[in-house]
Every structure is written in C-alpha cells, then in structure tokens.
Design a protein around this ligand. Sequence first.
Ligand SMILES: Cc1cc2nc3c(=O)[nH]c(=O)nc-3n(C[C@H](O)[C@H](O)[C@H](O)COP(=O)(O)OP(=O)(O)OC[C@H]3O[C@@H](n4cnc5c(N)ncnc54)[C@H](O)[C@@H]3O)c2cc1C
Length: 369
Amino acid sequence: MPLPCIIVGGGPAGAACAIELARKGRRVMLLEKTRTAHHKVCGEFISADARNLISDLGVDIWALEATEITALSFACGVQVPRIALPFTAAGLSRFCLDEALLRAAQDAGAEVVRGVTVTALDASEKPIVVHASGKEFRAASVVLATGKHDLRGCMRPHGSMTSFKLHLRVSPATAAMLRNLVHLTIFPGGYAGACLVERETVAICWVMERELLKKTGAAWQAQTRYLSVQSDFYGKVLAHTQPLWEKPVAVSAIPYGFVRKRVISRSIYPIGDQLAVIPSYTGDGISIALHSGIAAARAILNGTPANEFQHTVTARLRRQMIWAKAGNLAISTSAGQRLSAVMARTLPSAAARIIPFMVNATRLTDFSL
Ligand SMILES: Cc1cc2nc3c(=O)[nH]c(=O)nc-3n(C[C@H](O)[C@H](O)[C@H](O)COP(=O)(O)OP(=O)(O)OC[C@H]3O[C@@H](n4cnc5c(N)ncnc54)[C@H](O)[C@@H]3O)c2cc1C
C-alpha cells in the first residue's frame, strides 16, 4: 500500500514538514540516514524568525539551554565595534536542535525511521518509488529534504567552499567574552563564525575556498594556526582552548546562492537546502529550512503541486538572496574584503549602519503559508 507522503531527510526542513503534516492528521513517514543524534556543520546561530518557528513546532529551545545572542562583532583586518542585533537570536547546537525537532515529529504522530539511506527517487511511476538501502517504498508525494547531500537525479551545482565546525571547551573568561555575542571574522579566502551554545561550549564554524585549503592544509592543527592569526578574537579564543572532538566535522562543495528552478516532478517537493542555499554568514538557513518545510506540508495538504509550491517559495526568497549574494562578494572576494577593511577603518559609523541593514536585508520576511 503506498503512503500518502514520504519525507527524505530529518534535518530542520524535513522535521518541520513532518510535524505540520502529522498535526493535521496526515499519515507521513520520515526516512533519516543517521541512527542517532550527530554533529552537523553549522554556525548554530538561530535567528529570531527561526526561534519563533521552532517554538510554533513545539520545541522550547531555552529548555535545551540555548544561549541568548543580542550582538554581533565583526573583524575584517580591523575590529569593528560590537553592534546590537535588531533582534534576539540564540545559540544552540544542531546536535540538540535536530533531535528535539525529530522527537516533536514523532510525538505529533509522524513515523520517523532512522538508519535508512535513500539512494534514488523514481518519479516515472505513480506512486513515486523511493529506493533506499535494501528497501523500496512507494508514496503519492515525496519531500526532498536531504540538505547538503544530493540524491541521484536531483543534483545541484558544486560550490568551491569547504566548511568546518568544531566545539571547544574554553576558559570561563573566554566564555564571558563571547556571552550574548556572535562573532564573524573574514579573511582572504573565507570567513569564520563563533558563538556560545549550551553548556558553555563554543561552536566555531568556518568556510574556506579550495585554494586556501590547499595552502593551509586540512589538519585541525594547521587550521588553528591559520585562524588564530586572522583576528585578535580567534587569537584569544584558540589560545587556551580544548577541542571537544578529535577533528572538525566538514562538508565540501556547498552551492551558496543556489535556488532550485527546475522542477523535479509535480509530486516531489524540494525543501530546505535542497530548495535554496543562502550564504551561511547570514545565519538564516535554518529559518528558510523550517519555513519551506511547513509551506510544503501545507501545499501537500491543499493539493498544490510541487511546481507551484516551488515557484511561490523561491519568489519569496528572491530579495534576501540578492542581498546575501551581494554581501558574499563583500566578505569572500579579495576586492570586497579590501573595501570592507578600508571602510571599517576610515568610516566606522558607515560600517555600524551597513551591518544592521544587511542583517535585516538577508532575512526571510514573508512567512505567509
Ligand atoms: C558552514 C555553514 C554554516 C551555517 N551556519 C548557519 C547558522 O549559523 N544559522 C543558520 O540558520 N543556518 C546556518 N547554515 C545553514 C543551515 O545549516 C542549513 O540551511 C540547514 O541545515 C538546512 O536544513 P535542511 O533540513 O535542509 O538540511 P540538513 O540540516 O542538512 O539536514 C538534512 C538531513 O537529511 C539527512 N539525509 C541526507 N541524505 C540522506 C539520504 N540520502 N537519505 C536519508 N537521509 C538523508 C541528513 O542526515 C540530515 O539529517 C549554515 C550552513 C553552513 C554550510
């Protein structure tokens, strides 16, 4: 018997979609390849919009010991004074957040199946055939929520950046320095973000162009040496620190700026990073993932085909994507970085106005469903 809906991938996008469908009484199965909670490459900055959506989905991030983030500090060769964010954000590990969302999906009535890796979707047949490790499922509609990982037949272009994340145990003085703060350092060929997550842990996340990575080397020790001379901030944070894992988690070829235009099938709904990948410095990917997941659930419930859903949601993302890509040029190209540094040095008041403007301009604002 085919299922009404199968969701492939249990990140924020897939979990949000499952919660919404299950709450409305629709039978839904979510297939997630990992068996247990795991660390994911992410800055772990939760914007106010993401925070609100997570709360609507039934997860209390403060009960999970999320930290409050109210300010941004920024280094681009020079240190820009700390700037208040136009909203209160949060820091919470994806290890905690993703598990809590999957639990909420299960509690809402979704069937969450762990340890199943989907290998391909076959939309030439009705219902759609979902090929998974040694198994085959059939469903009237499929939600593609595999995030950073592509499925055969649904590929995205490859980007040139590699991303890393590591959790650090730091001294109480360093933790105090980071309290309520997200810090961004840009350097030739990449950038790095840091914030405090639960249990006084520091999450650092950085992206590097392929060429820079070749120069620095991929070993954590080499990366630490490189990062610690890119700003006073990283010099201090990395000086007295204890990495909590042997090596960072990493993911390569992220297609920043990708927006899926081609429709896969009228019954396959791409959501989250499979629909659009906003440059990560914006810290808005989780918000887009949650919103597109809920919007796909509503589309399925209303009988709206995937092509219409895809068109509506990508149109909503257009404005923030344009600003996010413009900002990406300013922070990840050498000309842009030189300009940012000159501006921060000579016109600090302009920098203090541009940064909050960009924080707002790179947010998803239309949450209509
Ligand atoms: C370096 C970096 C830093 C970032 N920092 C931030 C930030 O600070 N704040 C923010 O809001 N956003 C940030 N983002 C963006 C954010 O991480 C993503 O937008 C978000 O995770 C997308 O959610 P998703 O559910 O689409 O995908 P994912 O979170 O990638 O989840 C996909 C899920 O699908 C599962 N899966 C994959 N393939 C299969 C398969 N074949 N079969 C079954 N299951 C499968 C995976 O195991 C995973 O659980 C960052 C991104 C990067 C690269």
